[in-house]
Design a binder for this molecule. Structure first.
Ligand SMILES: *Cc1c(COP(=O)(O)O)cnc(C)c1O
Length: 353
């Protein structure tokens, strides 16, 4: 046990009240949470305690100026009951990059990584072994100074909460390519998991849903010519036998699933190009039948197939081909994450280590 974290256990677990077969994503939380305050220029000792509501002053800056960032990661249980994290240091590193951009003080690695491990040890029964089950972990930080001045807060609260997620078999998604709204602009905060980046997508995404689409493929904010990413997923396009993914930039989130998939492509000798791709190139490929697959990658769904896209009123179906790269890469990644396949890249971390 890490002595840098104080632990205050629950008296009785709520786990027997939960029906694990009917969970909707992110609606049920485990018994414990971690709380750590930044006061007087320093992160105080973190405390793990029973999950429950916070009491926060209405003037807290997060409510007015959105000074907040988050992370999303998963823990998996293997056949022997051991619990594994996937590349957690990368989440810690990205959390601090996001925080820096939002003028939030960086969190020490011990508090982030050991905080997660200690909660998982207490809430280990919430991580189910069933195929496709996982425990979703949500570290986040909010600015909570009592002052409605538009300036960085001088106090913050870092927290970790966990939510069990049921096996989930996503069907293919239909997407619309943005020609008016933007998610992120050059010089902005698109590369950060900043809370406000998501609020800004809700309205255009609702409009897309009214038209029968599940998500938006965002394009560059200046010309809407180049494809960027979807809501919380990076994108891969397969033209003939080549996969193409957009380079990361200040408008694109540097997904951990994305970079793992790029590595797996190299392992499988799949031709992978990291370069910009325009909507024109995509439409041309769809028209001459060289477009074979589009899929998104992200922690929540791991790999999610796109079955069709619309741009400026023109709709393109992506006919289902055999031997999809999406299936091969998804199965391989999940088998590494769940400790079924050997982890030659040292990506997984056992919570007992
Ligand atoms: C979180 C996120 C992703 C995916 O990142 P992973 O590390 O793979 O989960 C992609 N795009 C956006 C905008 C995101 O917020």
């Amino acid at each position: 046990m890490s002595d840098s974290i104080k632990i205050n256990k629950i008296d009785k677990s709520r786990i027997d009240d939960v029906d694990f077969s009917t969970l909707t994503f992110g609606s049920v939380f485990t018994d414990h949470m971690l709380e750590c305050d930044f006061i007087d220029g320093e992160w105080q000792k973190p405390v793990i305690k029973p999950y429950g509501p916070l009491s926060i002053d209405p003037s807290a800056s997060v409510f007015h100026y959105g000074q907040a960032v988050f992370e999303g990661m998963k823990a998996y249980k293997d056949f022997d009951g051991k619990v594994w994290l996937f590349r957690p240091e990368d989440n810690w590193d990205r959390f601090n990059k996001s925080s820096k951009r939002l003028a939030i003080p960086e969190i020490p690695k011990d508090y982030f990584i050991n905080g997660i491990k200690e909660i998982l040890k207490l809430d280990i029964d919430w991580v189910k072994k069933d195929e496709g089950s996982a425990l979703y972990i949500r570290p986040f930080v909010i600015a909570n100074q009592h002052a409605i001045q538009a300036a960085p807060s001088n106090t913050y609260k870092f927290m970790i909460i966990c939510s069990p997620s049921a096996p989930y078999y996503p069907g293919g998604v239909k997407v619309i390519v943005a020609d008016k709204f933007s998610r992120a602009a050059s010089g902005g905060v698109g590369y950060a998991k900043a809370a406000g980046n998501y609020a800004g997508q809700f309205y255009p995404t609702n409009l897309a849903k009214e038209k029968g689409f599940d998500q938006i493929i965002w394009t560059d904010a200046s010309e809407h010519k180049f494809l960027e990413e979807a809501g919380t997923m990076n994108l891969f396009f397969r033209i003939n036998d080549t996969l193409i993914t957009t380079p990361t930039s200040d408008t694109i989130l540097d997904g951990i699933t994305r970079k793992s998939i790029i590595q797996l492509c190299k392992d499988f000798h799949i031709d992978i190009q990291v370069r910009k791709i325009s909507i024109q190139e995509l439409k041309d490929a769809a028209k001459n039948n060289s477009l074979k697959e589009i899929f998104g990658t992200g922690t929540a769904a791991v790999v999610s197939k796109v079955i069709g896209f619309e741009h400026l009123g023109e709709y393109f179906d992506i006919p289902e081909t055999e031997n999809q790269h999406a299936d091969l890469l998804k199965d391989k990644l999940i088998s590494i994450q769940t400790n079924k396949s050997s982890d030659t890249h040292n990506w997984t971390v056992c919570i007992d280590d």
